[in-house]
Design a protein around this ligand. Structure first.
Ligand code: IPE
Ligand code: IPE
Ligand code: MG
Length: 265
């Protein structure tokens, strides 16, 4: 797919079978295993064009489809997208409604294409406040794509890093009360039980964190999982995030020297 087609009004596939100049331009040995993205700036993108915020969110959906396609082509194992935070419930009801409507629409419209491209979808976050319809669509998407072996796509909806940690802490406390594990057991074993109960249990920690929209904060995204992530911030507003921006982020990441507290890579 080329960038200009993403600005068309059609719903044509973002996936391509064309010779892949994007994937070929990347340093395969230095790609992140897990990328987490705070997709921020939809409202400001719309405001700058005198459009309603909801149009910014609609254009944001296109950028989501584009990034999923690019991450698939680059063979990134895990991509986590922050779609709606636990704090976003505090926005005006009409904005929450617009976002939920768009989310349901995307679940209905985009799932077959993602499935056809072997994307495996999971949702992370507190499902309790979501509508029954959205919860059903989420379960259907997870079941439909469960055995796919391509990109692992985690969508964070009604998600908060503190919620995630508290949930895992409660599960660990239950395991202690049930006698499955003791508090004076090996800390590595306790850590394992804790991490198995985070919403990202089976996935590697985040290597590359990307935030669009110019703010330099984590906004309660994957707090535990970001421990040693490389943090990449760009002023680009989310609907404008395209192939060139993603390549820039991956190239920046490839040049990082990661030490994890040690002395050498
Ligand atoms: C990100 O864009 C989308 C969500 C938080 C759901 P915003 O809606 O936060 O856009 P800005 O930051 O106001 O521009
Ligand atoms: C973070 O963006 C959440 C998502 C992108 C889903 P926000 O716009 O909610 O973050 P703050 O309020 O600027 O920290
Ligand atoms: Mg924002």
């Amino acid at each position: 797919m080329n960038v200009s087609s993403s600005h068309s009004t059609t719903e044509s596939s973002d996936f391509t079978t064309a010779p892949d100049s994007f994937a070929l331009s990347l340093d395969r040995g230095r790609l992140p295993r897990h990328i987490a993205v705070v997709m921020d700036g939809n409202g400001r993108w719309a405001k700058a064009r005198h459009l309603p915020r909801s149009i910014g969110h609609q254009r944001g959906r296109r950028a989501v489809r584009r990034l999923i396609e690019l991450a698939s082509r680059a063979q990134i194992p895990v991509l986590t997208l922050f779609a709606f935070s636990s704090e976003n419930w505090s926005r005006p009801p009409e904005e929450v409604e617009a976002l939920m409507g768009l989310f349901a629409y995307a679940l209905e419209r985009d799932m077959d294409e993602l499935h056809a491209h072997a994307v495996r979808i999971r949702f992370i976050g507190d499902r309790e406040p979501l509508s029954a319809r959205i919860r059903t669509l989420m379960i259907q998407a997870e079941q439909q794509t469960e055995y796919n072996t391509g990109l692992n796509l985690l969508i964070a909806v009604s998600y908060g890093g503190q919620w995630d940690i508290l949930h895992a802490a409660k599960q660990l406390a239950s395991a202690v009360l049930e006698g499955v594990i003791r508090l004076d057991d090996d800390p590595a074993a306790l850590r394992l039980v804790f991490e198995q109960n985070l919403s990202t249990a089976t996935y590697p920690p985040v290597d590359l964190f990307i935030r669009t929209g110019g703010e330099q904060r984590v906004s309660n995204f994957l707090l535990w999982q970001l421990a040693y992530a490389e943090l990449y911030f760009t002023d680009c507003l989310w609907p404008g995030f395209d192939e060139a921006h993603f390549r820039d982020a991956l190239q920046w990441y490839a040049a990082r020297e990661r030490r994890f507290g040690g002395l050498d890579e």
